[in-house]
Design a protein around this ligand. Structure first.
Ligand SMILES: Nc1nc2c(ncn2[C@@H]2O[C@H](COP(=O)(O)OP(=O)(O)O)[C@@H](O)[C@H]2O)c(=O)[nH]1
Ligand SMILES: [Mg+2]
Length: 407
Protein backbone atom coordinates (compact mmCIF):
# COMPACT_ATOMS: atom_id res chain seq x y z
CA UNK A 1 0.00 0.00 0.00
CA UNK A 2 1.22 3.48 -0.84
CA UNK A 3 1.27 5.86 2.09
CA UNK A 4 0.16 9.44 1.84
CA UNK A 5 3.73 10.78 2.03
CA UNK A 6 4.61 8.74 -1.01
CA UNK A 7 2.41 10.70 -3.38
CA UNK A 8 3.52 11.35 -6.88
CA UNK A 9 4.80 14.81 -7.76
CA UNK A 10 2.29 16.88 -9.68
CA UNK A 11 3.33 17.62 -13.23
CA UNK A 12 3.98 21.29 -14.05
CA UNK A 13 2.16 22.62 -17.07
CA UNK A 14 2.70 25.58 -19.36
CA UNK A 15 6.04 26.93 -20.56
CA UNK A 16 9.16 24.87 -20.05
CA UNK A 17 10.77 27.44 -17.83
CA UNK A 18 12.78 27.03 -14.67
CA UNK A 19 12.27 29.55 -11.91
CA UNK A 20 15.12 31.66 -10.55
CA UNK A 21 14.26 31.46 -6.92
CA UNK A 22 14.02 28.37 -4.83
CA UNK A 23 10.39 28.73 -3.93
CA UNK A 24 9.28 26.09 -1.45
CA UNK A 25 8.07 23.05 -3.29
CA UNK A 26 4.32 22.59 -3.28
CA UNK A 27 4.74 18.92 -2.63
CA UNK A 28 7.30 18.95 0.11
CA UNK A 29 7.05 22.41 1.57
CA UNK A 30 10.79 22.55 2.25
CA UNK A 31 13.47 24.98 1.10
CA UNK A 32 16.49 24.80 -1.20
CA UNK A 33 19.14 22.11 -1.30
CA UNK A 34 22.42 21.62 -3.15
CA UNK A 35 21.66 19.09 -5.87
CA UNK A 36 18.57 17.92 -7.72
CA UNK A 37 19.19 14.99 -9.97
CA UNK A 38 16.54 14.12 -12.52
CA UNK A 39 16.32 10.57 -13.79
CA UNK A 40 14.15 10.39 -16.90
CA UNK A 41 12.72 6.94 -17.45
CA UNK A 42 10.73 5.10 -20.00
CA UNK A 43 10.37 1.37 -19.53
CA UNK A 44 13.17 1.02 -17.01
CA UNK A 45 11.34 -1.23 -14.60
CA UNK A 46 14.28 -3.59 -14.22
CA UNK A 47 16.83 -0.84 -13.74
CA UNK A 48 15.22 1.73 -11.55
CA UNK A 49 15.76 0.14 -8.16
CA UNK A 50 19.44 -0.42 -8.79
CA UNK A 51 19.94 3.12 -10.03
CA UNK A 52 18.24 4.62 -7.00
CA UNK A 53 20.16 2.37 -4.66
CA UNK A 54 23.57 3.16 -6.09
CA UNK A 55 22.97 6.88 -6.38
CA UNK A 56 21.59 7.09 -2.85
CA UNK A 57 24.56 5.23 -1.40
CA UNK A 58 26.98 7.58 -3.10
CA UNK A 59 25.18 10.79 -2.35
CA UNK A 60 24.41 9.84 1.26
CA UNK A 61 28.12 9.49 1.78
CA UNK A 62 29.12 12.82 0.30
CA UNK A 63 26.18 15.21 0.68
CA UNK A 64 23.71 13.57 3.05
CA UNK A 65 20.36 15.31 3.16
CA UNK A 66 21.45 17.89 0.63
CA UNK A 67 20.15 16.28 -2.53
CA UNK A 68 17.04 14.88 -4.11
CA UNK A 69 16.43 12.30 -6.81
CA UNK A 70 13.52 12.98 -9.13
CA UNK A 71 12.35 10.17 -11.37
CA UNK A 72 10.30 11.50 -14.27
CA UNK A 73 8.52 8.64 -15.96
CA UNK A 74 6.37 8.99 -19.05
CA UNK A 75 3.67 6.65 -17.92
CA UNK A 76 5.71 3.62 -18.94
CA UNK A 77 3.58 0.63 -19.89
CA UNK A 78 5.80 -1.49 -17.64
CA UNK A 79 4.78 0.81 -14.77
CA UNK A 80 8.28 2.03 -13.95
CA UNK A 81 6.70 4.92 -12.06
CA UNK A 82 4.93 2.51 -9.77
CA UNK A 83 8.10 0.62 -9.00
CA UNK A 84 9.86 3.91 -8.32
CA UNK A 85 7.05 5.07 -6.11
CA UNK A 86 7.27 1.92 -4.04
CA UNK A 87 10.91 2.78 -3.30
CA UNK A 88 10.17 6.14 -1.69
CA UNK A 89 9.62 4.62 1.76
CA UNK A 90 13.12 3.19 1.69
CA UNK A 91 14.74 6.17 -0.05
CA UNK A 92 13.34 9.38 1.42
CA UNK A 93 15.34 11.60 -0.99
CA UNK A 94 13.42 10.12 -3.89
CA UNK A 95 10.43 11.73 -5.59
CA UNK A 96 8.52 10.46 -8.57
CA UNK A 97 6.60 12.16 -11.34
CA UNK A 98 4.33 10.29 -13.69
CA UNK A 99 3.56 12.20 -16.86
CA UNK A 100 0.50 11.19 -18.76
CA UNK A 101 -0.04 14.18 -21.03
CA UNK A 102 3.44 14.82 -22.38
CA UNK A 103 6.17 12.58 -23.68
CA UNK A 104 9.79 12.93 -24.65
CA UNK A 105 13.17 12.87 -22.99
CA UNK A 106 14.00 16.59 -23.07
CA UNK A 107 10.70 17.78 -21.71
CA UNK A 108 10.81 15.09 -19.03
CA UNK A 109 14.10 16.48 -17.78
CA UNK A 110 12.83 20.04 -17.79
CA UNK A 111 9.60 19.14 -16.00
CA UNK A 112 11.71 17.47 -13.35
CA UNK A 113 13.90 20.54 -12.96
CA UNK A 114 10.82 22.69 -12.68
CA UNK A 115 9.85 21.05 -9.41
CA UNK A 116 13.44 20.70 -8.22
CA UNK A 117 14.72 22.55 -5.17
CA UNK A 118 18.43 22.31 -5.89
CA UNK A 119 20.90 25.08 -6.67
CA UNK A 120 22.50 22.61 -9.04
CA UNK A 121 20.34 20.75 -11.54
CA UNK A 122 21.54 17.47 -12.96
CA UNK A 123 20.42 14.65 -15.20
CA UNK A 124 21.45 11.02 -15.43
CA UNK A 125 19.97 8.15 -17.45
CA UNK A 126 17.95 5.58 -15.58
CA UNK A 127 19.56 2.58 -17.21
CA UNK A 128 23.01 2.51 -15.55
CA UNK A 129 24.75 3.37 -18.81
CA UNK A 130 26.03 6.51 -17.10
CA UNK A 131 28.58 5.42 -14.48
CA UNK A 132 27.45 6.86 -11.14
CA UNK A 133 31.04 7.41 -9.94
CA UNK A 134 31.36 10.32 -12.36
CA UNK A 135 28.62 12.14 -10.51
CA UNK A 136 30.94 13.32 -7.74
CA UNK A 137 33.44 14.62 -10.28
CA UNK A 138 30.71 16.59 -12.02
CA UNK A 139 29.58 18.01 -8.72
CA UNK A 140 33.04 19.04 -7.67
CA UNK A 141 33.65 20.70 -11.05
CA UNK A 142 30.63 22.90 -10.41
CA UNK A 143 31.69 23.56 -6.85
CA UNK A 144 35.03 24.69 -8.21
CA UNK A 145 33.36 27.33 -10.35
CA UNK A 146 32.09 25.75 -13.54
CA UNK A 147 28.59 26.75 -14.64
CA UNK A 148 28.10 23.50 -16.45
CA UNK A 149 29.84 20.15 -15.96
CA UNK A 150 29.40 17.62 -18.75
CA UNK A 151 30.29 13.96 -18.68
CA UNK A 152 32.04 13.41 -21.99
CA UNK A 153 32.88 10.34 -24.01
CA UNK A 154 35.43 12.30 -25.99
CA UNK A 155 37.97 13.52 -23.46
CA UNK A 156 40.61 11.62 -21.52
CA UNK A 157 39.06 8.71 -19.72
CA UNK A 158 36.00 8.73 -21.97
CA UNK A 159 34.65 6.30 -24.53
CA UNK A 160 31.85 4.01 -25.55
CA UNK A 161 32.03 0.41 -24.50
CA UNK A 162 30.83 -1.53 -27.50
CA UNK A 163 28.78 0.51 -29.86
CA UNK A 164 28.24 -0.77 -33.36
CA UNK A 165 30.15 0.97 -36.12
CA UNK A 166 26.82 2.31 -37.40
CA UNK A 167 25.91 3.92 -34.11
CA UNK A 168 29.36 5.43 -33.66
CA UNK A 169 29.19 6.80 -37.16
CA UNK A 170 25.72 8.25 -36.66
CA UNK A 171 26.72 9.81 -33.37
CA UNK A 172 29.81 11.46 -34.81
CA UNK A 173 27.97 12.43 -37.99
CA UNK A 174 25.28 14.13 -35.95
CA UNK A 175 27.97 16.00 -34.07
CA UNK A 176 29.74 17.21 -37.22
CA UNK A 177 26.46 18.33 -38.74
CA UNK A 178 25.62 20.17 -35.55
CA UNK A 179 29.02 21.85 -35.59
CA UNK A 180 28.31 23.20 -39.04
CA UNK A 181 24.79 24.40 -38.22
CA UNK A 182 25.47 25.63 -34.70
CA UNK A 183 29.19 26.04 -34.09
CA UNK A 184 28.59 28.44 -31.20
CA UNK A 185 26.72 25.75 -29.30
CA UNK A 186 28.19 22.41 -30.29
CA UNK A 187 31.72 23.81 -30.54
CA UNK A 188 31.77 24.52 -26.83
CA UNK A 189 31.90 20.92 -25.64
CA UNK A 190 33.59 17.79 -26.89
CA UNK A 191 30.47 15.68 -26.40
CA UNK A 192 27.39 17.78 -27.15
CA UNK A 193 25.31 14.61 -27.34
CA UNK A 194 25.90 13.84 -23.69
CA UNK A 195 22.83 13.25 -21.57
CA UNK A 196 24.80 13.26 -18.34
CA UNK A 197 25.56 16.67 -16.88
CA UNK A 198 24.93 19.26 -14.18
CA UNK A 199 24.27 22.95 -14.47
CA UNK A 200 23.83 25.81 -12.06
CA UNK A 201 20.19 26.74 -11.74
CA UNK A 202 21.04 30.41 -12.22
CA UNK A 203 22.37 29.66 -15.71
CA UNK A 204 19.14 28.21 -17.05
CA UNK A 205 16.57 30.00 -14.92
CA UNK A 206 14.25 32.24 -16.89
CA UNK A 207 15.07 30.81 -20.31
CA UNK A 208 12.22 29.13 -22.13
CA UNK A 209 13.47 25.73 -23.12
CA UNK A 210 12.27 23.72 -26.07
CA UNK A 211 10.77 20.27 -25.67
CA UNK A 212 11.91 18.82 -28.99
CA UNK A 213 14.38 16.03 -29.10
CA UNK A 214 16.66 13.88 -27.07
CA UNK A 215 19.47 16.37 -26.57
CA UNK A 216 18.63 18.60 -23.67
CA UNK A 217 22.26 19.70 -23.34
CA UNK A 218 21.97 21.64 -26.61
CA UNK A 219 19.11 23.65 -25.15
CA UNK A 220 21.04 24.38 -21.99
CA UNK A 221 24.09 25.65 -23.85
CA UNK A 222 22.09 27.35 -26.59
CA UNK A 223 19.60 29.19 -24.45
CA UNK A 224 21.19 29.30 -21.02
CA UNK A 225 23.80 31.74 -19.78
CA UNK A 226 26.67 29.34 -19.47
CA UNK A 227 30.20 30.70 -19.20
CA UNK A 228 32.65 28.19 -17.82
CA UNK A 229 32.21 24.58 -18.86
CA UNK A 230 34.05 21.63 -17.35
CA UNK A 231 34.20 18.19 -18.90
CA UNK A 232 34.75 14.88 -17.18
CA UNK A 233 35.57 11.74 -19.14
CA UNK A 234 33.30 8.72 -18.82
CA UNK A 235 32.74 5.43 -20.54
CA UNK A 236 29.20 4.88 -21.78
CA UNK A 237 28.44 1.42 -20.37
CA UNK A 238 26.48 -1.40 -21.88
CA UNK A 239 22.87 -1.79 -20.95
CA UNK A 240 22.19 -4.93 -18.98
CA UNK A 241 18.41 -4.51 -18.58
CA UNK A 242 15.78 -3.04 -20.87
CA UNK A 243 16.50 -1.53 -24.23
CA UNK A 244 17.40 1.76 -25.88
CA UNK A 245 14.55 3.98 -27.04
CA UNK A 246 16.64 5.58 -29.75
CA UNK A 247 15.02 5.12 -33.14
CA UNK A 248 15.15 6.96 -36.44
CA UNK A 249 12.68 9.42 -35.03
CA UNK A 250 15.37 10.71 -32.68
CA UNK A 251 17.61 11.57 -35.62
CA UNK A 252 14.81 13.44 -37.36
CA UNK A 253 14.00 15.24 -34.11
CA UNK A 254 17.63 16.13 -33.77
CA UNK A 255 17.71 17.86 -37.17
CA UNK A 256 14.52 19.69 -36.30
CA UNK A 257 16.02 20.71 -33.00
CA UNK A 258 19.23 22.02 -34.57
CA UNK A 259 17.33 24.13 -37.06
CA UNK A 260 15.02 25.54 -34.44
CA UNK A 261 17.90 26.51 -32.22
CA UNK A 262 19.71 28.04 -35.17
CA UNK A 263 16.73 30.13 -36.20
CA UNK A 264 15.71 31.20 -32.75
CA UNK A 265 19.15 32.16 -31.54
CA UNK A 266 20.09 34.22 -34.58
CA UNK A 267 22.96 33.83 -36.97
CA UNK A 268 25.51 35.53 -34.73
CA UNK A 269 24.51 33.76 -31.58
CA UNK A 270 27.51 32.31 -29.88
CA UNK A 271 29.87 34.27 -32.09
CA UNK A 272 32.00 36.39 -29.77
CA UNK A 273 31.62 39.64 -31.64
CA UNK A 274 33.48 41.81 -29.12
CA UNK A 275 36.44 39.48 -29.14
CA UNK A 276 36.43 39.42 -32.90
CA UNK A 277 36.56 43.23 -33.08
CA UNK A 278 39.49 43.32 -30.66
CA UNK A 279 41.20 40.64 -32.72
CA UNK A 280 40.63 42.76 -35.83
CA UNK A 281 42.09 45.88 -34.20
CA UNK A 282 45.13 43.94 -33.04
CA UNK A 283 45.50 42.68 -36.61
CA UNK A 284 45.49 46.27 -37.81
CA UNK A 285 48.23 47.19 -35.34
CA UNK A 286 50.17 44.28 -36.81
CA UNK A 287 49.96 45.85 -40.25
CA UNK A 288 51.62 49.01 -38.93
CA UNK A 289 54.33 47.05 -37.16
CA UNK A 290 54.96 45.05 -40.30
CA UNK A 291 55.16 48.18 -42.46
CA UNK A 292 57.44 50.01 -40.04
CA UNK A 293 59.87 47.13 -39.64
CA UNK A 294 59.87 46.52 -43.37
CA UNK A 295 60.78 50.18 -43.90
CA UNK A 296 63.50 50.14 -41.25
CA UNK A 297 65.11 47.01 -42.66
CA UNK A 298 64.76 47.35 -46.39
CA UNK A 299 64.52 51.00 -47.31
CA UNK A 300 67.38 52.58 -49.23
CA UNK A 301 67.70 55.29 -46.59
CA UNK A 302 67.95 52.77 -43.74
CA UNK A 303 69.48 49.27 -43.53
CA UNK A 304 68.85 48.37 -47.15
CA UNK A 305 68.51 44.61 -46.53
CA UNK A 306 67.08 42.34 -49.26
CA UNK A 307 63.28 42.56 -49.49
CA UNK A 308 62.38 38.91 -48.80
CA UNK A 309 64.57 38.68 -45.74
CA UNK A 310 63.19 41.97 -44.46
CA UNK A 311 59.63 40.86 -45.02
CA UNK A 312 60.10 37.58 -43.15
CA UNK A 313 61.52 39.41 -40.17
CA UNK A 314 58.84 42.11 -40.36
CA UNK A 315 56.08 39.51 -40.60
CA UNK A 316 57.39 37.54 -37.65
CA UNK A 317 57.70 40.64 -35.50
CA UNK A 318 54.15 41.59 -36.43
CA UNK A 319 52.95 38.13 -35.43
CA UNK A 320 54.76 38.52 -32.12
CA UNK A 321 53.18 41.94 -31.63
CA UNK A 322 49.74 40.55 -32.37
CA UNK A 323 50.25 37.66 -30.03
CA UNK A 324 51.18 39.91 -27.13
CA UNK A 325 48.12 42.11 -27.62
CA UNK A 326 45.76 39.20 -28.16
CA UNK A 327 47.08 37.42 -25.11
CA UNK A 328 46.91 40.50 -22.91
CA UNK A 329 43.70 42.00 -24.30
CA UNK A 330 41.58 40.03 -26.79
CA UNK A 331 41.72 36.79 -24.83
CA UNK A 332 42.78 38.20 -21.46
CA UNK A 333 40.11 36.26 -19.58
CA UNK A 334 41.39 32.98 -20.96
CA UNK A 335 45.11 33.65 -20.63
CA UNK A 336 44.68 34.82 -17.07
CA UNK A 337 43.68 31.29 -16.16
CA UNK A 338 46.69 29.81 -17.91
CA UNK A 339 49.61 32.00 -16.92
CA UNK A 340 52.41 29.51 -16.77
CA UNK A 341 55.37 30.24 -18.97
CA UNK A 342 54.97 26.91 -20.75
CA UNK A 343 51.32 27.58 -21.47
CA UNK A 344 52.14 30.99 -22.91
CA UNK A 345 54.81 29.53 -25.13
CA UNK A 346 52.43 26.87 -26.34
CA UNK A 347 49.84 29.50 -27.20
CA UNK A 348 52.44 31.53 -29.03
CA UNK A 349 53.58 28.56 -31.11
CA UNK A 350 50.00 27.66 -32.01
CA UNK A 351 49.22 31.26 -32.87
CA UNK A 352 52.29 31.44 -35.03
CA UNK A 353 51.44 28.29 -36.96
CA UNK A 354 47.82 29.31 -37.42
CA UNK A 355 48.85 32.75 -38.68
CA UNK A 356 51.26 31.23 -41.17
CA UNK A 357 48.53 28.89 -42.38
CA UNK A 358 46.29 31.95 -42.56
CA UNK A 359 48.84 33.61 -44.80
CA UNK A 360 48.83 30.64 -47.16
CA UNK A 361 45.02 30.72 -47.15
CA UNK A 362 45.17 34.43 -47.88
CA UNK A 363 47.36 33.93 -50.94
CA UNK A 364 45.19 31.07 -52.22
CA UNK A 365 42.00 33.04 -51.73
CA UNK A 366 43.43 36.11 -53.41
CA UNK A 367 44.23 34.02 -56.46
CA UNK A 368 40.86 32.30 -56.45
CA UNK A 369 38.82 35.45 -56.06
CA UNK A 370 40.94 37.43 -58.50
CA UNK A 371 40.92 34.76 -61.19
CA UNK A 372 37.36 33.57 -60.91
CA UNK A 373 35.24 36.25 -59.28
CA UNK A 374 36.43 39.85 -59.23
CA UNK A 375 39.10 41.16 -61.52
CA UNK A 376 40.00 44.04 -59.24
CA UNK A 377 43.02 42.90 -57.26
CA UNK A 378 42.49 45.25 -54.33
CA UNK A 379 38.90 44.28 -53.78
CA UNK A 380 39.90 40.64 -54.24
CA UNK A 381 42.62 41.17 -51.65
CA UNK A 382 40.17 42.74 -49.20
CA UNK A 383 37.89 39.73 -49.51
CA UNK A 384 40.81 37.37 -49.05
CA UNK A 385 41.97 39.28 -45.98
CA UNK A 386 38.47 39.28 -44.49
CA UNK A 387 38.05 35.54 -44.89
CA UNK A 388 41.55 34.77 -43.65
CA UNK A 389 40.97 37.00 -40.61
CA UNK A 390 37.80 35.14 -39.69
CA UNK A 391 39.64 31.87 -40.14
CA UNK A 392 42.57 33.07 -38.04
CA UNK A 393 40.26 34.27 -35.35
CA UNK A 394 38.11 31.19 -35.21
CA UNK A 395 40.92 28.67 -35.19
CA UNK A 396 42.87 30.63 -32.61
CA UNK A 397 39.77 30.86 -30.47
CA UNK A 398 39.31 27.12 -30.65
CA UNK A 399 42.94 26.06 -30.35
CA UNK A 400 45.20 28.72 -28.90
CA UNK A 401 42.89 30.36 -26.39
CA UNK A 402 40.37 27.65 -25.67
CA UNK A 403 37.43 29.13 -23.84
CA UNK A 404 36.58 25.76 -22.40
CA UNK A 405 39.76 24.47 -20.92
CA UNK A 406 39.13 20.77 -20.43
CA UNK A 407 39.52 19.89 -16.78
N1 LIG B 1 10.70 10.25 -19.35
C1 LIG B 1 11.23 9.77 -20.48
N2 LIG B 1 12.42 9.14 -20.44
C2 LIG B 1 12.93 8.66 -21.60
C3 LIG B 1 12.29 8.80 -22.85
N3 LIG B 1 13.06 8.21 -23.80
C4 LIG B 1 14.13 7.72 -23.15
N4 LIG B 1 14.06 7.97 -21.84
C5 LIG B 1 15.03 7.63 -20.78
O1 LIG B 1 16.21 8.36 -21.09
C6 LIG B 1 17.38 7.58 -20.79
C7 LIG B 1 18.20 7.38 -22.05
O2 LIG B 1 17.46 6.67 -23.00
P1 LIG B 1 18.02 5.47 -23.85
O3 LIG B 1 16.91 4.93 -24.65
O4 LIG B 1 18.75 4.54 -22.96
O5 LIG B 1 19.03 6.19 -24.83
P2 LIG B 1 20.51 5.73 -25.21
O6 LIG B 1 21.20 5.46 -23.91
O7 LIG B 1 21.07 6.87 -25.96
O8 LIG B 1 20.33 4.48 -26.00
C8 LIG B 1 16.84 6.28 -20.19
O9 LIG B 1 16.82 6.42 -18.80
C9 LIG B 1 15.45 6.19 -20.76
O10 LIG B 1 14.60 5.43 -19.96
C10 LIG B 1 11.05 9.50 -22.86
O11 LIG B 1 10.42 9.67 -23.90
N5 LIG B 1 10.57 9.95 -21.67
MG1 LIG C 1 20.62 4.30 -22.43
Amino acid sequence: MIEETNLLLSVPTGLLQISEGLTPSVNTGSKGILLSLVIPTYKERDNIENVIKILTQMLDESIPGDYELIVVDDDSPDRTWEVAQSLIAEYPQLQVMRRQQERGLSSAVIRGWQVARGHILGVIDGDLQHPPEVLMQLLSAIEQGADLAVASRHVDGGGVSSWSVVRRFLSRGAQVLGLIVLPGVLGRVSDPMSGYFMVRRACVAGATLNPIGYKILLEVIGRGKVREIAEVGYVFCERTEGESKVTWKQYVDYLHHLLRLRLSTGILHGFPIGRFLRFGLVGLSGVFVDMTVLYLLSDDSTLHLPLTRSKIIAGEIAIFNNFLWNDAWTFADVSMQQQEWRQRLKRFLKFNIICLAGLVLNVLLLNLVYNFLISNRYIANLIAIAIATIWNFWVNLKLSWRVTEVK
